[in-house]
Design a protein around this ligand. Structure first.
Ligand code: PBG
Length: 324
């Protein structure tokens, strides 16, 4: 059918028409709010590189969680920012670690909110890498036990979902087995299955104090040039027992989100990471774009690419827009 018989604009002529033919929906159910928690009490410290984000002690964290829950956001993902680091990341799996205490507090006060915990060692390691370093190299197999202990300690504290973000090979199987051995067979694993070695984590590393002290993460995170490799990573994690797969970052990798949506059948998450968030804020501050429109367009595009859920620092602001 050709012009003038077919006029594409007919179905765009009013908001009602546009709603009727809209292919993708974004709703508050799709949003997961990442939050940073620190030791202590009464702490609510702004993170310079991430406007509107804070380091929160458990008391303030609970408030943020309640606000999110009241807005209809189904889940949060917690990142710990400890005050001590060492070569074995002992703080990551300490019973009274910053995340463990925070999870217990949140689950006690806002029990219906799904609590996901990021499982990684980088914020707890003095060298800032995501695994154990031996002779200057990140040792995959030596890291697995520590990651599994971290996941178990989070689940014991009450986490509903553990989310390994370290990119060591075999960690999903190790974590699944450790959880099952401890009677935690109902704790789900959200795997950062396809995590690229990205410049867009910059603001987060400021926030989590987790920048690597030497080198970079290219020996364990994926090469941005690869997409078939994403399928191999996903297949491994499915086989190892992952419940949800994630692609990270989101915007520069929407083709990968679509690929996994088409080729796999687990629920799919995408992480709209700190750099994607902060660059919109920066441009908006310069007066170069409209923050709210850029935010909503970003989120709907990630859904259109095929993500079921989006981890985003915009979650609260987007939930407010969606609730209007
Ligand atoms: C920890 C981790 C990182 C992010 C989530 N978990 C940083 C990294 O891999 O260096 C990034 C999140 C973001 O940028 O918003 N391994």
């Amino acid at each position: 059918m050709m012009f003038p018989e077919y006029r594409a604009r007919r179905v765009r002529k009013s908001e009602g028409m546009r709603r009727l033919v809209r292919e993708t929906s974004l709703c508050v159910d799709n949003l997961v709010l990442p939050l940073f928690t620190v030791p202590g009490k009464g702490v609510k410290k702004p993170i310079d590189s991430m406007p509107g984000c804070f380091h929160l002690s458990a008391d303030y964290l609970v408030k943020a969680c309640r606000e999110a829950y009241d807005l209809g956001i189904p889940a949060v993902i917690l990142f710990g920012v400890p005050d001590k680091k060492d070569p074995l990341a002992t703080g990551a799996y300490a019973k009274d670690g910053v995340v463990q205490k925070a999870v217990a507090e949140v689950k006690a006060k806002v029990p219906e909110l799904v609590v996901i915990t990021d499982v990684c060692l980088c914020a707890y390691m003095d060298h800032g890498h995501c695994g154990v370093v031996e002779k200057g190299v990140v040792d995959n197999d030596a890291s697995l036990d520590l990651l599994a202990r971290t996941a178990v300690s989070h689940a014991e504290a009450g986490a509903d979902v553990v989310a390994p973000s370290d990119m060591m090979d075999g960690r999903v199987a190790e974590i699944r087995e450790a959880l099952d051995d401890e009677g935690l067979s109902n704790t789900a694993v959200l795997s950062y299955a396809v995590k690229y070695c990205s410049a867009f984590y910059g603001p987060f590393r400021d926030a989590a104090h987790s920048a690597p002290g030497f080198g970079d993460r290219s020996t364990y995170q994926m090469d941005p040039a690869n997409s078939r490799e994403a399928l191999r990573e996903a297949a491994l994690d499915i086989e190892e027992g992952a419940d949800i797969l994630m692609v990270k970052p989101a915007l520069p990798y929407l083709d990968i989100v679509r690929l996994l949506a088409d080729e796999t059948d687990l629920p799919l998450a995408a992480y709209n990471v700190s750099g994607e968030f902060s660059m919109i804020h920066a441009a908006a501050r310069m007066g170069w774009l409209d923050l709210e429109r850029a935010m909503m367009e970003t989120l709907v595009s990630i859904r259109r690419a095929g993500a079921d859920m989006i981890l985003t620092y915009f979650a609260v602001q987007a939930a407010k827009v969606l609730g209007r």
